[in-house]
Design a protein around this ligand. Sequence first.
Ligand code: FMN
Length: 320
Amino acid sequence: MKHQKLYMAPIKGLTDHLFRTAFTEHFGGFDLAIAPFISSKRDHTFKPKYIKDVLPEYNIALPVIPQIMSNVGEDFVALANYLFDLGYGSVNWNLGCPSRTVISKKRGAGMLPHTNLIRTFLDNVFSGIKGKISIKLRLGWTSADDIFRLLPIMNQYPIDSVIIHPRTGIQQYEGEVDLSVFEQCLSHLKHPVVYNGDIRTYDDFKRLAHRFQNVSQWMIGRGCLADPFLPVVIRTGDTTVPDRIQAIKRFHEDLFEKYSRVLHGPSHLLNRMKGIWRHLSCSFKDIETFTKKIYKTQRPDQYLDLVNRFFESAQREANS
Ligand SMILES: Cc1cc2nc3c(=O)[nH]c(=O)nc-3n(C[C@H](O)[C@H](O)[C@H](O)COP(=O)(O)O)c2cc1C
């Protein structure tokens, strides 16, 4: 099989640099990540703290492409050029986020129906940008009409690649991905395309790779949070995972330790860890009783005790 490039998807609140680094050290499999978005600013002043997640010194284990949320070309260029000066060669534009706070400002997926706004944005960006730009987008806000209007426009600019999540904004993250619209986009776009959406198992990946043989770049989000071995299985084609439970346990310990150093206050730390379990729980059978207890814990010592007991019993069951 030809080399397939695997991207870790940006999941704001979860795939920050600590997560990306721990994931790479414990499981590997990804070639690169897109970082969760950073918003552009009107005043064009940036302090390192504002872009902390993508500071190069925190992103040694896995190459990362910073992502920018913006609907004003000049503001995008100011932040992008600041990032290029840090050594980045490319940035990604978020045209897909469906969250209420984002779309109410005509940003993310909320900008998709506004074709002229997008054209003006791209004109301004490409007249001032010092590096490469890729775009991550959905099919549209309420329908794929939006992307069909955008494809010829995107073809007019030297865009590095286009990451398509084939859902509409109003679908949020549920319902079916529309693979036939994705297929039509492939035949209309002249830029390299990255597929993103619902790759949860090796079989999902194989099915998609078989159907879209011209695609060689894939982005995985929730699938790798639920099964952290998925990227390496796709990469190697080897589905035998030795020492699975102990590897997830060590990853969990590492994350807990890393987050306890930077997140102040037990509720911040526990909320982050609970967020991870909401996905990771899919890796285990009959875990509901445990996760219910986890979501209720208020103290880190109580949480750790529960998690340790869970891993012990999961290991006993795996051995039996
Ligand atoms: C909680 C959450 C936060 C997300 N944050 C971002 C983000 O910052 N930037 C972005 O482009 N996409 C974001 N996404 C979308 C994912 O990158 C990805 O497109 C989506 O989850 C579909 O891929 P998947 O099925 O592989 O998870 C987010 C998704 C979720 C569920």
